[in-house]
Design a protein around this ligand. Structure first.
Ligand SMILES: [Zn+2]
Length: 106
């Protein structure tokens, strides 16, 4: 009985090795194809400038002033309690005043 288990284990090992070998062959094939295509691309564009450590600044979202409609970077906006963005405190105050006095005489 012990011998059968040993043979089964051996068969499993052989199957595993064969599968891994096939996977390796396939990977080598695709790598060879990739390398040839990369070689072609590098030959077509030889002017490759490496830019290490020089990341381009992330594009800042532009927000619109809810009062005058001016577009400005999100960092330069003034946000009111309602979450609206304005180009400055003056326009924020003006909009708040306008909203607060709607339908009221003040
Ligand atoms: Zn404004």
């Amino acid at each position: 009985m012990g011998k059968i288990t040993l043979w089964l284990a051996l068969a499993g090992l052989v199957w595993l090795g064969w599968t891994l070998w096939r996977l390796g062959q396939r990977r080598a094939d695709s790598r060879r194809a990739e390398a040839s295509s990369q070689h072609k691309a590098s030959h077509e564009s030889p002017h490759h400038t490496p830019s290490a450590g020089a990341d381009p600044p992330a594009p800042e979202p532009m927000l619109r002033c809810a009062h005058c409609g001016l577009y400005l970077p999100a960092a330069d906006t003034v946000v009111d309690k309602a979450g609206q963005s304005y180009c400055g405190t003056a326009h924020r105050d003006a909009a708040e005043r306008a909203a607060g006095t709607t339908g009221r005489r003040g």
